[in-house]
Write a protein that binds this ligand. Structure first.
Ligand SMILES: *Cc1c(COP(=O)(O)O)cnc(C)c1O
Length: 232
């Protein structure tokens, strides 16, 4: 495939995903404008990510700080936002804070403090989501549902970090019903916290983003579906 063919394939894939987003949004009583596609580019290198951007993706998700840094430095496209969606270690916070428009995966109070400090040092306000381990599986990162309120309280006392929502991984559940119930639990948790600033629910990936939207997702993190038909 040459680059034009790849861009064309990406265009078709993006159009198809956007149609599915739109239909699911309507089913949940909303519109496509209420749901942001985060195009997860972690599977491909900077050159291929650049083609995805040329095809129209403008919010890109990376799960590793190193990859985010590399693409941030090499891809110089105006109007593109980078989101960190994967685990963040405290020693990587400094760069991420200056590069990511949104960090989806804040999973500890110590990380909240580190982000606030790095953002303060750089004169920024970092926008983040708190990752919640809704299903309680021990292998995963994230706050338990019980810990979220205290973490939010803690963050609200800091001036350089702004929590605008919650994120969950989902998808590891065995049945569609379990996935749907995890997404519903994240939404219910957000509603119980009764905070006007929690506008985002980041949930849903290639296999379950429509279910997530039906349960209230405002950000869907879609990777593999976007790369169908493209040799990589
Ligand atoms: C890879 C990844 C995704 C995208 O998953 P796909 O199944 O490829 O769509 C979403 N969220 C996170 C945190 C990821 O690491």
């Amino acid at each position: 495939m040459n680059n034009e063919q790849i861009v064309e394939q990406f265009r078709q894939n993006l159009a198809h995903v956007n149609q599915r987003i739109s239909a699911a949004a309507v089913r949940s009583g909303r519109t496509a404008a209420d749901v942001q596609l985060v195009a997860v580019s972690k599977y491909v290198d900077a050159a291929m990510t650049d083609l995805l951007i040329q095809a129209g993706a403008n919010v890109l998700g990376e799960n590793r700080p190193q990859a985010l840094d590399e693409k941030f430095q090499t891809i110089n496209q105006p109007g593109v936002q980078w989101h960190l969606i994967g685990h963040l270690q405290r020693n990587k916070v400094k760069k991420v804070v200056s590069q990511a428009a949104l960090i989806h995966s804040v999973d500890s109070v110590r990380l909240i403090d580190a982000i606030d400090k790095a953002a303060t040092d750089q004169g920024l306000v970092a926008e983040v989501l708190l990752e919640v381990n809704v299903s309680g599986e021990s292998a995963k990162h994230g706050f338990t549902s019980e810990e979220v309120a205290a973490a939010l309280d803690h963050a609200s006392a800091l001036s350089a970090i702004k929590v605008t929502g919650l994120m969950c991984m989902g998808g590891l559940a065995s049945s569609d019903d379990d996935v749907r119930s995890e997404f519903a639990q994240l939404r219910e948790l957000r509603d119980r916290l009764d905070s006007d600033s929690l506008i985002h629910l980041s949930m849903g990936m290639s296999g379950d983003f429509e279910t997530a939207i039906e349960q209230g997702a405002t950000l869907v993190r879609v990777g593999s579906t976007l790369f169908q038909g493209v040799e990589r």
